[in-house]
Design a protein around this ligand. Sequence first.
Ligand SMILES: Cc1cc2nc3c(=O)[nH]c(=O)nc-3n(C[C@H](O)[C@H](O)[C@H](O)COP(=O)(O)OP(=O)(O)OC[C@H]3O[C@@H](n4cnc5c(N)ncnc54)[C@H](O)[C@@H]3O)c2cc1C
Length: 413
Amino acid sequence: MAKRVKGPMVIVGAGLTGGTAAKELRKQGYADELLILAEEPSFPFGRPPLTKGYLRGEEDLSGWMVAPPDWYKAHQIQFVPARVAGVDPAAKQVHLESGDAIGYARLLLATGGRNRHFDAPGSSLPGVHQLRTIAECDGIKRVAKTGARAVVVGSGFIGSEVAASLRQLGLKVTSIMRGKAPLDAVLGAEVGGVFGAIHRAAGIELVVADEVVRFEGSLRLERVVTKKGRRIACDLAIVAVGIEPNVEIVKGSGVATRDGILVDATCRTNVAGIFAAGDVANHLHPIFGRARVEHYNNAEKMGAAAARSMLGSRTAYRYMHSFWSDQFEHKLEYLGHAPKWDRLVIRGSLAERKFVGFYLQAGKLRAAVGLNRGGDPELDKNGELAKAGRLIAKGARPAPRLLADEDADLESL
Ligand SMILES: Cc1cc2nc3c(=O)[nH]c(=O)nc-3n(C[C@H](O)[C@H](O)[C@H](O)COP(=O)(O)OP(=O)(O)OC[C@H]3O[C@@H](n4cnc5c(N)ncnc54)[C@H](O)[C@@H]3O)c2cc1C
């Protein structure tokens, strides 16, 4: 079927989503014209090592490429360095910033997200960094020398992973966060508290329930100033306060947006022939409802699902969302999607940093987190997290007492 679909297929964005979609289109037998319009200079790759092994100088990015650079040419994929300025569905064209226009038969918007603008005074001083691209990571690596003093602003996944890596590199690290512990907004106070203890034990100073209001320095960054009046001398600061989805290119096109580009369960936007996937896509998930997630596994799986939809598939994308985080010697795995929950049940030990936590909303299991326990749900299909995933998928309402009980087989709940 795929061989009969006429192109050109155009993908905007050469991140993990765009690259995976291109690979899937070819895998499914689509043989006509295929273009990737890429603002970033690198071929599609996974960003996780930018806060971890690559940042610490322990690995290069070769193991994280979606495909080797020569794969694209070998598969007749035109890799066009260009920034797309707008979409014109009536003419079935995208407009490039250069003024050129490129026609499409089907269009995938895989524009991801950009670092959220942080407009505290002094944020443009040399020494203040953000982190999403290889260039930004290389910029941090150049100044992240043993003994340097770093301030990390924000303690979500990027902030807490960067703080851990900089500490491992021997920097003096201060983390400033609005909440009471790293990750507490996503994982709750109990699990956040465990990460707080891990970071403190590693020598990171945590400044909690506070926020940065100013960066100061004459020629470059010398200190940050917080709302509560702390003045913290530093050589570099990394601002990690989240991302904003890149939706501007559909402005005025009729493509609906709301916290991202709105797509249905098959990655279709409201405009015929236009699809979206990855960090930018606010999708209708059969289990979780409307969701926009910012995870590697989703970028990969949804990129491929969108490609199949571009070829005519009507199968809903129902991937059980999952992500991971590595900090120091600790491994976190998360499965499901629970932006809100009213009960967290722990199996195992918070104090020993080895547990699975179950997030319930109105009695229904919505997500599970494992710290140093539970297995990788992508690989260990009999692990506790994979079993929890099967409970979530069937809308189970397991008894909290049994969730906490080491002797109760999760599969049976
Ligand atoms: C440092 C870092 C570490 C991470 N670690 C983890 C982790 O450990 N685990 C995990 O699950 N997830 C992790 N993530 C999240 C994961 O990397 C993202 O979910 C994933 O990158 C999303 O891929 P994407 O292709 O949808 O978007 P992006 O990676 O944002 O790629 C979008 C691409 O589109 C391009 N683009 C945007 N607008 C235009 C335009 N107008 N014209 C042309 N091109 C355009 C951008 O330049 C970019 O290259 C991490 C993210 C970062 C930044």
